[in-house]
Design a protein around this ligand. Structure first.
Ligand code: COA
Length: 138
């Protein structure tokens, strides 16, 4: 299978169980019901499905209701990585956020994914800040 056989869709139904399965495939510990809870607050999401229908890629686009959109939970199934699917779902998310009127698309990531987000997906580096709330004095 090549990336050209993958079907990308924007805001197409994806079940909570499919998100749980995709997260578990990465060794994550998903909270069942999370996607059902969060999707109504999303600008949208991109699904990548193999021809037989299985979910092989996903990214969620959160937003502030205005100019700013935020990529979260970018995932390609481990069985389908390094075939260009991650780059395709991020590009589609950027196109749809632009179409929705957003001006800026943000993402944060661990440093080992710099080549994915900066080189393959075209993000540029920017200053950012972060607080780990459970450790914070406030
Ligand atoms: C990060 C992720 C989405 C990339 O998906 P993908 O479909 O494999 O990405 P692509 O095939 O489009 O990769 C394009 C390029 O990005 C870079 N890249 C992709 N994955 C990478 C990785 N794990 N480490 C370093 N560079 C990577 C490579 O340069 C790659 O090109 P190459 O295959 O010719 O070397 C996928 O590895 C994933 O789901 N990881 C686990 C979840 C995760 O960490 N999500 C990020 C949350 S911020």
């Amino acid at each position: 299978m090549s990336a050209s056989d993958i079907i990308l869709r924007w805001r197409h139904p994806v079940s909570d169980a499919e998100i749980v399965e995709l997260t578990r495939a990465h060794g994550g510990n998903p909270e069942p019901g999370w996607w059902d809870k969060v999707q109504n607050h999303s600008l949208g999401w991109v699904t990548a499905r193999a021809e037989e229908g299985s979910l092989v890629g996903f990214v969620n686009v959160a937003w502030d209701g205005g100019a700013h959109a935020f990529l979260v939970d970018t995932k390609t199934h481990p069985s389908h990585q390094r075939q260009g699917i991650g780059t395709m779902i991020v590009r589609r998310a950027a196109q749809e956020a632009k179409r929705a009127g957003c001006e800026w698309l943000f993402v944060d990531f661990d440093s080992h994914l710099e080549s994915f987000y900066l080189d393959a997906c075209g993000f540029r580096p920017t200053a950012a800040g972060l607080i780990h709330l459970p450790s914070a004095a406030t």
